[in-house]
Design a protein around this ligand. Structure first.
Ligand SMILES: Nc1ncnc2c1ncn2[C@@H]1O[C@H](COP(=O)(O)OP(=O)(O)OP(=O)(O)O)[C@@H](O)[C@H]1O
Length: 287
C-alpha cells in the first residue's frame, strides 16, 4: 500500500472561517480576563486623545472582519495609512474625498432599506446568521475629518446626516458602524449621535468632560473617567456596553507587521476560487 503526501501548496490548511456573528476578541480587562465585543448588533464609538491607542481597537475589529467569510468592509480613512493596510480587502476605501464618502453612505442606506424590506417580507425584525446575507461593517477613522474639515459646510452636514441614518438603521440589518475620533467634543459627538452607539470606548482624555462626552453624562462623577488613564498607558480605555457599567480594558495591540500579515492571509483566504456568475460586482452583491 502506498500513501500520497499532498504537495505543500495544495495542503495549506484553511482554518475554520470566523463569523461577524462571533464575539470579537479585543483585549483584556483589569483582571486579565479576555474581552469580547458583539459588533454585529451594536455600533461602536471609539474616542480619545491622539496617541491613546484607538487604532489598536479599530485594527482588532478590521482583523476579525477580514478573516470572516461573511463580512464586507467599507473603510473611511482621510489619513489613508490608518486603515490603508486593509484597503484591498474592502468593498470601498474612502480617503480624503467627502463627495465619495457621501456617495458611499447614500448607497449603504439604500442597501439598509433593501434589507429591511426583505426582513419585513420574511416576517422578521433582524438579520440572523442563516440568512446568507453578508455583514457590512463601516469603519470610519477620524470622524472629525468628514464632519468638520473636508468639503463645504453643507457637505459636512450631509455626511453627518447620512452617517446618523446609517448608525440608526444599520444594527438590525447586519450593517454596524465603527467610528473613531480624537476629538471628543460636542460638535463631533453630539449626545443624540453618541446614544446610538451601543458600545463606547473612551481612551485617554484630557478632561472629565471629554470622557463624559464619550461614555455618557455622569460616569466621570461616579469614578469612571478616561482622564485618569496615564499618557504612557496607551491602549487602555473604559469600555461601556449598552446598559452596563464602564469596564477598564487594555486593547490587544497589532504591530504594522502583524496587520499586514493578517491582511495578506485574509487576501489569500478570500481569493476567487471560481468565476462569479454574470457580471455582478462585489458592491452590488452586498445588497
Ligand atoms: N494596546 C497597546 N499596547 C501597547 N502599546 C500601544 C497600544 N496601543 C497603542 N500603543 C502605542 O501607542 C502608540 C499610539 O497608538 P495609536 O496610533 O493606536 O493611537 P491613536 O489613539 O490611534 O492615535 P491617533 O488619534 O493619532 O490616530 C502606538 O504606536 C503604540 O506604540
Amino acid at each position: 500500500m502506498s500513501t500520497t503526501v499532498p504537495a505543500p501548496v495544495a495542503g495549506v490548511p484553511v482554518g475554520p472561517g470566523l463569523s461577524m456573528f462571533d464575539p470579537i476578541f479585543i483585549g483584556i480587562d483589569e483582571f486579565g480576563q479576555p474581552v469580547y465585543l458583539d459588533v454585529i448588533y451594536r455600533n461602536i464609538l471609539i474616542a480619545g486623545e491622539p496617541g491613546g491607542g484607538k487604532s489598536g481597537l479599530v485594527n482588532n475589529i478590521c482583523g476579525h472582519g477580514v478573516l470572516c467569510d461573511n463580512t464586507r468592509l467599507v473603510l473611511f480613512d482621510a489619513k489613508l495609512v490608518e486603515l490603508g493596510p486593509w484597503r484591498d480587502l474592502a468593498d470601498a476605501f474612502i480617503g480624503p474625498d467627502i463627495d465619495q464618502g457621501i456617495d458611499v453612505l447614500r448607497r449603504l442606506l439604500v442597501v439598509a432599506t433593501n434589507r429591511y424590506t426583505w426582513l419585513l417580507a420574511n416576517r422578521r425584525r433582524k438579520l440572523a446568521p442563516g440568512d446568507g446575507m453578508s455583514v457590512i461593517v463601516t469603519i470610519i477613522d477620524e470622524l472629525a475629518m468628514y464632519s468638520t474639515v473636508l468639503g463645504t459646510k453643507p457637505q459636512q452636514e450631509e455626511f453627518s446626516a447620512l452617517l446618523r441614518g446609517l448608525v440608526s438603521l444599520g444594527r438590525a440589518c447586519g450593517m454596524p458602524v465603527v467610528a473613531a475620533t480624537q476629538r471628543p467634543s460636542w460638535d463631533i459627538i453630539p449626545a443624540s449621535l453618541r446614544d446610538l452607539f451601543g458600545y463606547r470606548a473612551a481612551f485617554r482624555c484630557t478632561s472629565l468632560n471629554s470622557s463624559n462626552i464619550i461614555l455618557g453624562q455622569g460616569w466621570a462623577e461616579q469614578g469612571y473617567t478616561a482622564s485618569d488613564i496615564s499618557p504612557t498607558n496607551q491602549g487602555a480605555a473604559y469600555l461601556l456596553a449598552e446598559g452596563g457599567v464602564p469596564r477598564r480594558i487594555k486593547a490587544a495591540y497589532l504591530s504594522d507587521t502583524d496587520i499586514y500579515n493578517i491582511a495578506d492571509y485574509a487576501a489569500w483566504t478570500r481569493r476567487p476560487t471560481s468565476t462569479p456568475a454574470g457580471d455582478t460586482t462585489g458592491w452590488e452583491m452586498a445588497a
